[in-house]
Design a protein around this ligand. Structure first.
Ligand SMILES: *[C@@H]1O[C@H](CO)[C@@H](O)[C@H](O)[C@H]1NC(C)=O
Length: 280
């Protein structure tokens, strides 16, 4: 009996070790995957490559970018945003190709006064042209804990997710003449910078520099390349190409209660008709 117990413990232990190795494998190492691109010593990598921070002070912000380029796939990153009074700060986290006709898939986190909600700003650029903003508040305080922000980029659509809940789906509308990002590989970029001329309540609330430096944290980066058998991308978010019924309900919930701006509803901006992709 004693020996069978020991045998069982050994199997459990082996399982735990194996599982830990899998987890360690999954999270990308910041030293291997990213270059710290600007801000002198303000961007930092800690914990043997498991944690990265950006900071912003009166003199400069900071940023990093991926060493690799990606063409389709799923990119996950956990972020903990600037806490306390973050008014006027912007943490941009995005995919982008280069040049005047570049494509871009953007998350931007606009800071706020303590207790007031962050704004998550999203945009999609195709062939150098953006103007497709949607903005959201979040259903949690993004400065208290790490949360997962993901971009799924497939030939059929781009999906923005927070903690695996879809915020936004940008469909491929090439059949209607709307360009879609599909041929220019993109790098992952992030930067923390000051934009108190527009970011918080349209620039009314300025940055309180006595709170500087402002710091945002990153961990658990994961890039999953698109593959023909891309069911492993899905985590139940997908069946094949479409969102499943549960994810569609979550998307409607986010859009109903947390969306604060949608270019597709902004009549003032498009008096002579909405962009083609806005029509269903
Ligand atoms: C800041 O808080 C105000 C008041 O709740 C809100 O209207 C605004 O959307 C928030 N975010 C930004 C970036 O201004």
């Amino acid at each position: 009996m004693g020996s069978s117990k020991t045998g069982f413990s050994m199997i459990v232990l082996a399982g735990v070790v194996f599982f830990s190795m899998m987890v360690a494998n999954v999270a990308g190492n910041f030293y291997q995957e990213f270059d710290l691109t600007w801000g002198d010593n303000r961007p930092k990598i800690f914990n043997g490559g498991q944690l990265l921070s950006l900071s912003l002070d009166r003199v400069s912000g900071s940023g990093f970018k991926s060493k690799k380029e990606y063409l389709f796939g799923r990119i996950d990153m956990q972020l903990k945003l600037v806490a306390g009074n973050s008014a006027g700060t912007v943490t941009a986290y995005y995919l982008s190709s280069q040049g005047p006709t570049h494509d871009e898939i953007d998350f931007e986190f606009l800071g706020n006064l303590t207790g007031d909600p962050y704004t998550v700003h999203t945009n999609v650029f195709t062939q150098g042209k953006g103007n497709r903003e949607q903005q959201f508040h979040l259903w949690f305080d993004p400065t208290r804990n790490f949360h997962t922000y993901s971009i799924i980029w497939k030939p059929q659509h781009i999906i923005f997710l927070v903690d695996n809940i879809p915020l936004r789906v940008f469909k491929n509308a090439e059949s209607l003449g709307v360009p879609f990002p599909k041929s220019q590989p993109m790098r992952i970029y992030s930067s923390l910078w000051n934009a108190d001329d527009w970011a918080t309540r349209g620039g009314l609330v300025k940055t309180d520099w006595s709170r500087a430096p402002f710091t945002a944290y990153y961990r658990n980066f994961k890039a999953t390349p698109a593959s023909p058998s891309s069911n492993s991308l899905s985590h139940s978010v997908f069946q094949t190409n479409e969102l499943d019924a549960y994810s569609r309900r979550r998307l409607r919930w986010v859009q109903k209660y947390f969306m604060i701006y949608n270019y597709c509803n902004d009549l003032k901006r498009f008096p002579s008709g909405f962009p083609v992709e806005c029509k269903r």
